[in-house]
Design a protein around this ligand. Structure first.
Ligand SMILES: [Mn+2]
Length: 238
């Protein structure tokens, strides 16, 4: 992902977008690659602490962290670091899956549980989940718990039906937003290289328009993008 992104790293002039009539990525805007968080295979606590430490430092410097995973478990330490924002943060999650499972077997900090773990943090405010669909997304009780917490649950099908404006209306009002983007929220036709590809998902322009709408609603204090896993593309899709 980082290597691919360098094709847009061509200096301070940025790029003209004719559809938006905007010069994107131009100076004084600066994107800095901060390298990897130190991950120790087999030591979840150490790895999570490394991620949290790095994200806190970036926030404390007054900048916006954009974190590339990793699976969706990384949103747990990233969520802890959002305490450094100093205000409540509302979560906008794009995902085929709810990710509200309390635990999968003995694992409470895996990629099925990040939103449940975030909901337990005092500095995390309301949530919205966009792109939900398919089987294996969570138990009925997980959906009930998410709704009782105050989460807005928007299936991919509903997002298509109500359109971008309809989705934006369902996003809770907040001053600060964190966007957690699991790329399996996208339809598998445009993002097959994920751990759990599933049809019936969101499309690129649709998501970009929702992003632009969110930018007008409040300040985005961080973004993560997770579950990019080209090596796990199902053999039939290669
Ligand atoms: Mn996820």
């Amino acid at each position: 992902m980082r290597e691919a992104s360098t094709q847009y790293a061509k200096g301070p002039a940025g790029f003209y977008d004719f559809e938006d009539d905007e010069q994107y990525l131009a100076s004084p805007l600066k994107i800095v690659d901060c390298g990897d968080a130190d991950i120790l295979q087999g030591d979840l606590d150490y790895s999570f602490q490394s991620i949290e430490y790095a994200v806190r430092k970036i926030i404390e410097n007054g900048t916006i962290p954009i974190i590339m995973g990793g699976d969706h478990s990384i949103t747990i330490p990233v969520g802890r670091a959002l305490e450094s924002v100093g205000e409540k943060v509302s979560i906008i999650q794009f995902d085929a899956h709810l990710d509200w499972t309390d635990h999968v077997g003995p694992q409470s900090y895996g990629n099925g549980s990040p939103m449940r773990r975030l909901s337990e943090m005092d500095h995390i405010d309301k949530m919205v989940q966009i792109g939900l669909r398919g089987i294996g997304s969570g138990k009925r009780s997980d959906y009930m718990d998410a709704k009782n917490y105050g989460s807005q649950l928007i299936s991919a099908r509903e997002a298509h039906e109500i359109g971008v404006e309809g989705v934006l209306k369902k996003i809770p009002k907040a001053d600060k937003y964190f966007i957690s983007f699991d790329i399996d929220g996208y339809d598998m036709s445009i993002a097959p290289g994920v751990a759990s590809p599933y049809p019936g998902g969101l499309f690129y322009d649709q998501v970009m328009d929702i992003f632009k709408g969110i930018c007008k609603m409040g300040k985005i204090v961080g973004i993560d993008m997770v579950e990019v896993a080209p090596n796990t593309i199902l053999p039939a899709l290669q």
